[in-house]
Design a protein. Structure first.
Length: 297
């Protein structure tokens, strides 16, 4: 059985936008879509007759039923299923995500204490799940995936916007590049590959030559990493960007007009707190397009 695309729902605008993005991604990939709502009452919705649970039980069912009806009407060709899970939200999403092709979540702006707390479930899930997670903002629409038309107006019929991926050849890139190339191919979209490098300390008189040498070396390494993927996906138009500096600012710049940004996250042993890595943390906070976090060893 193919792994489904899974989307976590809580009734918020962010999760509904995530469901819309997820059903389109399921259609692109030819996969089923599974809608998940976490039931935190400690038991299944049918196991208790306590009247104080009637309202949250009704709300949970309404969230799933409303999303199912809306998506079935818009995308009848996608096989949909829905499930309420009687676990805390982050635990339920991690378990569902580990069995998915990818997990899709609504994403809020994390600026300020209130925003950070509101996004804590998404952050905790991203830090633990072993499959790719895509975070989608509330204001994302079908037209945002596509280039504007000739008059600069939003359109759902123009080519897809670029896919951007940030890579560090010193880390494992297989899962990340596989996800990025596949995403670009499914959209017939160009792929921008961003790699950053730092100039080591050298005397001032040698800086210019050292910079040229380090840049050339970074470009060679990047091309060697991309070579097998270019052969596997010959239809994908690839642009290499080997830039001096820290990765996060360059990724934010490259993703300004992107339809999807993908970055890696190293899987770490379980520790107290949320650990997503500085680059993933930065793009989750500041990038407006959907962000894919792809875990790797």
């Amino acid at each position: 059985m193919p792994r489904p695309v899974v989307v976590g729902l809580d009734g918020s605008r962010e999760s509904l936008a995530a469901a819309d993005w997820a059903v389109r991604e399921a259609l692109r990939r030819g996969l089923p879509l599974r809608l998940v709502h976490a039931w935190e009452g400690g038991m299944s919705p049918d196991e208790s007759e306590l009247p104080e649970l009637d309202a949250p039980r009704y709300w949970a069912r309404r969230v799933l039923r409303g999303a199912l009806d809306r998506l079935n009407e818009r995308y009848p060709q996608v096989y949909l299923s829905a499930e309420q899970i009687s676990r805390p939200a982050a635990d339920a999403l991690v378990a569902a995500g580990d069995e998915a092709e990818l997990l899709v979540l609504g994403s809020r702006a994390f600026s300020g204490l209130g925003g950070f707390m509101a996004g804590s479930v998404a952050l905790a899930t991203v830090a633990r799940v072993t499959r790719p997670v895509v975070l989608v903002r509330a204001d994302q629409t079908l037209e945002d995936e596509h280039e504007p038309d000739a008059q600069g107006r939003p359109s759902a019929h123009t080519p897809y916007r670029p896919v951007v991926v940030g890579v560090d050849p010193a880390q494992s890139c297989e899962e990340l590049l596989g996800f990025a190339f596949e995403s670009a191919m499914l959209r017939a979209a160009p792929l921008r590959v961003v790699h950053t490098w730092q100039l080591p300390y050298v005397p001032h008189a040698l800086e210019a030559k050292a910079r040229r040498d380090v840049r050339a070396g970074a470009e060679r390494v990047l091309e060697s990493v991309l070579g097998p993927w270019r052969e596997k996906y010959p239809a994908v138009e690839v642009t290499r960007l080997a830039e001096e500096g820290r990765p996060a600012p360059h990724l934010l710049d490259a993703a300004r007009d992107a339809g999807l940004l993908a970055v890696g996250r190293r899987i770490r042993p379980a520790r107290i707190g949320v650990h997503t890595g500085p680059v993933a943390h930065a793009v989750m906070h500041h990038v407006r397009c959907p962000v894919a976090i792809v875990p790797h060893e």
